[in-house]
Ligand binder design. Structure first.
Ligand code: BGC
Length: 813
């Protein structure tokens, strides 16, 4: 279709028809306009997978490793392939726009959505984000880079006013979005928060620099529910209000256009952008189907997810115990609750129902020969929020098959709808018009006797009965508008009830569907926790008698989730005690960390190896088994600096003061903050061991860097170990004696090389001339300070054995 087609179509639409298109028609769809052959454009959350329009456990998705794990691969080609897999999923589910990637920064280790963001380093976020965008969009599925901008933590995210200076915005928080625009992203999501006083959906930043200076030609979509006013947002660069129907634009925009408060040209620009997006994703009649290749088979998808999980895993410590030698393993003790129930994704809007989950225990059992004994103990309870009831614990009261019964009831109690479900988490209560109450019921057969804890999460009038006895009954008021809390993760009311082992009880939960009470009803039940001392002793006994102990520790849904920030970095429950107790009886203790963001590892010097597996996605166990046994080298390097203890971290604040969150650290974010403060973390940005070792032999740079284009840094490294390996050679810049404030040093490029034992290889690291520039707020321009920059090369920002000098001319911007 010709480029002028959207303009031609625009002329066919009346002002009313145009304005209608600017607000969503449903939670996930835009509106269609048959007069111009425009179909509904379907959006779906990412980045962990493509859930599609339904939040229904029967509709499964492939589940990727967390964004933090993808960034840890430092492998843009792999991330691009992952993007293509997301596009496959999108097409399978009829989705045109995937609400990903998440380009906010790891500013504070406490940020609730840390797992969903790539890195603390703006340049790395931009590179990895651009790769994902290219992968998605090469298959005709739009990416929506989110959340523009400075939405780096959760506390008060709907209203917080982030105060950040212009240079910091340019060099740190804008940078990944600018890279996304350079990569040709088709949509950008405007965040909930304010920046320097202006709410982002009404901010002039959407026009300048996003649209005019950077040349973004796609659609700016609001974060869900972020549009709160009609006129200022219409003047700003916002193009599409989601979700719909209803909201300020639906209700007020027509009048504002009619009386001239909003110019018609502004509406035309928005609709034109929407038509261009529809054209790009194949939602406009006459547009060629953007599908360009056949979808990956489930086998290929799993293989890619396995590869990505292994490539992102970071080996933090290893005294030589890894890789494990299969022949020497008579018994392996696999310890920890996460060994059987790994955390494969974080909490919040990005959640999907994975098509499968391979646990560490399953993965190891599948990988090891039959003669190896694989034994397991969970250890003490984690104190995690219990999982929703499911077919594992319950049967349907109506048919007796594993599962739960969902019924929708009229006000007089008459049944309007009934179906078998497989999860006590219901997020789609609009199954029938006019329903008054949702009911979830199940027959629970307790695996253990004692005091069970029941929980019912949701808002409004709720009740829960167990075995005919009412244990919860009340009205639960909604105290927030945050959709991640209201519709996905509402707080729970809890009650305890004594059950006898093996004696079935009927559990009936009801919630009245009053207006503004959200979509979620979640029914959970947890058995009495095992005695911590006994559970610890059982794990220690197994570990003592094993050749190797693998302890899988990690966070819980309660500790890493959208909608709230964390309050500490300690592993929940008694996990630190568990690691220490196991390590005390087995010198070959390997700890696997199952977390999306930093956690404290106070025992890291007491164990033989620490492998950070992140939130590894559905292939968790297979990837882990391959890594532990050396089929694959842990390929990851930290995309974020990890503190020994939270108190050491230079930037942690997520709590607004009087509604304001001041980014006082300015440019000094992430590793730059650590360097600026002169503090030593547990693990630097870029750190990660492999199964071989490397010597950094020499570095060569051109004498002079031109103002435009790029230059190449050549770093010679030698594989000094006994295995073939991959090394991520990193290049940083610094500017001794600079006349302007700067980071102590900053990442400028990297290249991954592979080499056989003993072999020497040249890493050619491309550095963009942009890396030499800084933003000059007075001139409103990027400038190069003439003079000598130091080029550092090495394996992390804290381990840079080589350096050279390059002269910048600095004649222009
Ligand atoms: C989140 C977005 C998400 C949207 C739709 C919002 O609350 O901040 O990341 O895409 O909901 O689920």
């Amino acid at each position: 279709m010709a480029d002028e087609e959207p303009d031609r179509l625009l002329e066919k639409l009346s002002p009313t028809q145009k304005i209608r298109l600017l607000t969503g028609g449903t939670t996930w769809r835009t509106r269609a306009e048959p007069a111009v052959g425009l179909a509904e454009v379907v959006t779906s959350d990412g980045p962990a997978g493509v859930r599609g329009e339904a939040w229904d456990e029967r509709v499964t998705s492939v589940l990727l490793p967390s964004a933090s794990a993808l960034a840890a691969t430092w492998d843009e080609q792999l991330v691009q392939e992952v993007g293509r897999l997301l596009a496959d999923e999108a097409r399978r589910k009829g989705v045109h726009v995937v609400l990903a990637p998440h380009l906010n920064l790891h500013r504070s280790p406490l940020a609730g959505r840390h797992f969903e963001c790539f890195s603390e380093d703006p340049w790395l976020v931009g590179r990895i984000g651009a790769a994902l965008i290219r992968g998605l969009q090469s298959e005709g599925v739009a990416a929506a880079a989110k959340h523009f901008v400075a939405n780096d933590s959760e506390t008060g995210r709907l209203t917080v006013d982030v105060r950040v200076d212009e240079r910091t915005l340019r060099e740190v928080y804008f940078a990944p979005f600018e890279a996304a625009v350079e990569a040709g992203v088709w949509a950008v999501m405007a965040s909930y928060n304010r920046v320097n006083g202006a709410t982002m959906t009404a901010s002039s930043l959407l026009t300048h620099p996003l649209k005019d200076e950077w040349g973004f030609d796609g659609v700016v979509v609001s974060d869900w529910g972020a549009l709160r006013t009609a006129v200022d947002t219409a003047h700003a660069g916002l193009d599409l209000a989601m979700p719909g129907p209803g909201g300020p634009w639906d209700d007020l925009l027509a009048d504002a256009v009619a009386d001239g408060r909003v110019p018609r040209a502004a509406i035309d620009d928005k609709v034109r952008r929407l038509l261009v997006l529809a054209q790009r994703v194949g939602a406009l009649a006459g547009t060629a189907d953007p599908a360009r290749r056949t979808q990956a088979s489930p086998g290929r998808a799993r293989a890619l997810l396995h590869r990505a999980a292994a490539a992102g895993a970071v080996l933090l410590e290893n005294d030589g115990v890894l890789p494990l030698k299969e022949g020497e393993l008579g018994t392996i003790a696999v310890i920890g609750a996460h060994a059987v129930e790994p955390r494969v994704q974080g909490g919040g809007s990005a959640g999907v129902f994975p098509e499968r989950t391979v646990s560490p225990l399953e993965g190891l059992r599948a990988r090891l020969p039959e003669r190896t004994r694989v034994v397991h103990a969970a250890g003490p309870d984690l104190g995690a929020p219990p999982e929703p009831l499911g077919p594992r614990d319950c049967t349907d009261p109506l048919t007796g098959v594993p599962g739960l019964r969902l019924r929708m009831l009229a006000a007089d109690g008459a049944e309007l709808y009934s179906e078998l479900r497989f999860s006590g988490r219901l997020l789609e209560p609009d199954l029938v018009e006019g329903a008054d109450t949702v009911e979830i019921s199940a027959v629970l057969t307790p695996e253990a006797g004692g005091e069970w804890t029941f929980a019912l999460a949701g808002f409004g009038r709720m009740s829960l009965s167990v075995d005919g006895r009412v244990v919860i009954d009340g009205s639960f008021a909604r105290e927030t508008d945050d959709p991640a809390v209201v519709h996905v993760n509402p707080p729970a009311a809890t009650a305890c009830h004594e059950l006898a082992e093996g004696t079935p009880v009927l559990v009936v939960a009801r919630r009245r569907l009053d207006p503004d009470t959200g979509r979620a009803t979640v029914l959970t039940a947890a058995p009495p926790p095992p005695h911590p001392g006994a559970a610890l002793a059982e794990a220690v006994d197994l570990a003592r008698d094993a050749d190797t102990a693998v302890v899988v520790v990690g966070t819980t849904d309660g500790s890493e989730s959208e909608g709230h920030d964390r309050t500490c970095l300690a592993l929940p429950g008694h996990q630190d005690d568990l690691v220490r107790a196991v390590a005390a009886v087995n010198s070959r203790t390997v700890v696997v960390v199952n977390a999306g963001g930093p956690v404290e590892l106070p025992w890291r010097d007491e164990v033989a190896a620490v492998l950070l597996g992140w939130l590894p996605g559905q292939e968790a166990g297979h990837a882990l088994a391959g890594l532990l046994l050396g089929d694959t080298e842990p390929g990851g390097r930290l995309p974020t600096t990890w503190a020994e203890y939270l108190e050491d971290a230079p930037v942690t604040a997520t709590e607004p003061v009087d509604g304001v969150l001041a980014y006082e650290e300015g440019l000094h974010v992430g590793h730059r903050a650590w360097l600026y403060a002169g503090r030593e973390p547990a693990y630097w940005f870029g750190h990660g061991l492999g199964y071989t070792t490397w010597a950094y032999e020499s570095v060569a740079v051109p004498e002079v860097a031109e103002d435009e284009g790029e230059f190449t840094v050549r770093v010679q490294v030698r594989n000094t170990g006994r295995r073939h390996g991959r090394e991520v050679v990193q290049v940083y810049l610094s500017r001794p004696g600079s006349a302007v404030e700067r980071p102590v040093r900053w990442l400028a490029g990297y290249a991954a090389v592979h080499a056989a034992p003993g072999a020497t290889v040249d890493a050619a690291v491309t550095v963009s001339a942009r890396a030499l520039r800084h933003w000059c707020a007075e001139r409103g321009a990027w400038v190069v300070e003439p003079g000598r920059f130091t080029v550092h090369a090495g394996r992390s920002v804290g381990d840079l054995p080589l350096s050279a000098v390059i002269e910048a001319r600095g004649q222009g911007s």
